[in-house]
Design a binder for this molecule. Structure first.
Ligand code: KIV
Ligand code: ZN
Length: 519
């Protein structure tokens, strides 16, 4: 099982948990459409395993794991379960449509978790781990077992639990640093120890799953690869619980650029990294810090004169990889209002952006509208239009028109007219504390709901005063969260569009829940 190779080096399996560990962290929730779009991107990126969710955690999660399992063909689809039969039954149902399903079981093995959380003795944990793997194996050949908080567990106990899990049929055993406590050389030594002392280890893959509480998740993951780990668990942009998980793009590029050092690589298509990163940032509303390795805005920017000179003379003086290698599109100003459908579709292909026929029509119409307002439409503009359309939910409310009256001495008055999916128009005027507040209040009154505005962020897609404004909003109601995104050359309109898209995400999800209740 262990020791697969590619091109003469060890092949490391990439297990992506953006849709589970990433999505479950505060502020990163995604709706079904967004999850499907992310899953498609992950498959295109070439991840080996997509952890699609935790089916027993809610009917919505079960539904989304099932939907993802139905569309993904080239990656294994995993569902997370506690070591409980009810969880495994839910995962079994959710994974029915999958071509290549995996049940991912977890049970804590550290003294603190066993005593205070599980209230179980080590022997009970050992028995439950083995019994659960046996149960899952009845309906799923590919079972992974994770020893939660493994790094703070007694190493010999982890070896015993892993040995029992492998004997019961687990094909992967995963060693998480659940609380991000390990140091890289210490983590590497521990992985070596586990690999050498787990009975039957040659029949299974050894995986690692690192959290970033001390900023060392990637360092620990690659130290583990050096020490013999066969699989890494990670997320796009490193999103995840608290300080996040190990970042996929950093691990993948670390292994690729230093293949000589690791003697290992992954089957990831690195030219898809940038698009995946942008999509995850857009659908979660969690922006990538500018100085983030690989995908940050400044990752390939050279400010200092001496560096700029060096790069111009010979790129490799200051660049260890090219922007093209991770798929950063060159920002060419080539399309304008005279560009036709052919040129537009050609550019979509060049940018590696795939869209279905219905979305293509809508994006082309938006492109023409934008080209009328701006002289030139950049690749970044096109990418933003495509990303927005891809993950959009059906519209309950459509923006018809708006107007705002505002000034320094006056309050603001916003007028908005929306079209409901029933075809009827609703119009409202509202006062507010500034233009955005007045319009958002008017929208709330039309919709008849008053969600809390948790985040409102506005930025520019490209430089210059003619740039499109991109607004991200997060709204919350009854402890639930929804994201919305809006684009327009007018910042007020982009804000309105973002707010309506968040409202639509909320209406759509609540509507589906209501339908499920009535079934
Ligand atoms: O961090 C962790 O321990 C986990 C497990 C469920 C794998 O996410
Ligand atoms: Zn985790």
């Amino acid at each position: 099982m262990a020791g697969e190779t590619m091109g003469g080096v060890r092949r490391i399996v990439v297990f992506d948990t953006t849709l589970r560990d990433g999505e479950q962290s505060p502020g990163c929730s995604m709706n079904l459409q967004e999850k499907l779009e992310v899953a498609r991107r992950l498959e295109k990126l070439g991840v080996d395993v997509i952890e699609a969710g935790f089916p027993a955690s809610s009917p919505g999660d079960l539904e989304s794991v099932k939907a993802i399992a139905g569309i993904v063909k080239d990656s294994t689809v995993a569902g997370l379960c506690r070591c409980r039969e009810a969880d495994m039954d839910a995962a079994r149902e959710a994974l029915t449509p999958a071509d290549d399903p995996r049940i991912h079981l977890f049970l804590a093995t550290s003294p603190i978790h066993m005593e205070y959380k599980l209230k179980m003795s080590p022997e009970q944990v050992l028995d439950q781990a083995a019994a659960s793997v046996r149960y899952a194996k009845k309906f799923c050949a590919d079972v992974e077992f994770s020893a939660e908080d493994a790094f703070r567990s007694d190493p010999d106990f982890v070896c015993r639990v892993f040995g029992a899990a492998i004997q019961a049929g687990a094909l992967t055993v995963n060693f998480p640093d659940t609380v991000g406590y390990a140091m890289p050389d210490e983590f590497g030594s521990r992985i070596r120890y586990i690999k050498e002392h787990t009975p039957g280890m040659e029949k299974a893959r050894l995986s690692v799953h690192c959290h970033n509480d001390l900023g060392l998740a990637v360092a620990n993951s690659v130290a583990a690869v050096r020490a013999g780990a066969d699989q890494v668990e990670c997320t796009v942009n490193g999103i995840g619980e608290r300080a996040g998980n190990a970042s996929l793009e950093e691990i993948v590029m670390g292994l690729r650029i230093r293949r000589d050092y690791f003697n290992a690589d992954t089957r990831i298509d690195s030219t898809q990294i940038y698009a995946a990163s942008r999509l995850v940032a857009q659908v979660t509303g969690v922006k990538v810090q500018p100085n983030k390795a690989i995908v940050g805005e400044n990752a390939f920017a050279h400010e200092a004169g001496i560096h700029q000179h060096g790069v111009l003379v010979k790129r490799e003086t200051y660049e260890i990889m090219t922007p093209e290698s991770i798929g950063i599109p060159k920002n060419r100003m080539v399309l304008g209002k005279h560009s036709g459908r052919h040129a537009f579709e050609n550019r979509l292909r060049e940018l590696g952006l795939s869209v279905d026929d219905a979305a293509r029509e809508q994006i082309f119409a938006q492109f023409k509208e934008l080209a009328d307002k701006k002289k030139t439409v950049s690749d970044r503009d096109i990418e933003a239009l495509v990303m927005g359309a891809a993950a959009a939910v059906p519209e309950t409310w459509h923006l018809d028109h708006w107007a705002v009256n505002t000034g320094s001495a006056l309050g603001a008055t916003g007028t908005i007219r929306l079209r409901h999916k029933d075809g009827k128009y609703r119009k409202l005027v509202s006062m507010g504390d500034g233009p955005i507040d007045s319009i958002f209040r008017a929208i709330n009154q039309i919709v008849g709901k008053e969600p809390e505005l948790e985040l409102y962020e506005i930025g520019a897609i490209t430089g210059g005063s003619a740039s499109q404004g991109e607004t991200m909003v997060k709204i919350a109601m009854d402890g639930r969260h929804w994201n919305g995104r809006g684009l327009s050359t007018d910042v007020i309109e982009s804000s309105i569009r973002a707010y309506i898209s968040a409202i639509n995400a909320m209406e759509w999800e609540l509507g589906r829940e209501e339908e499920r209740r009535q079934e």
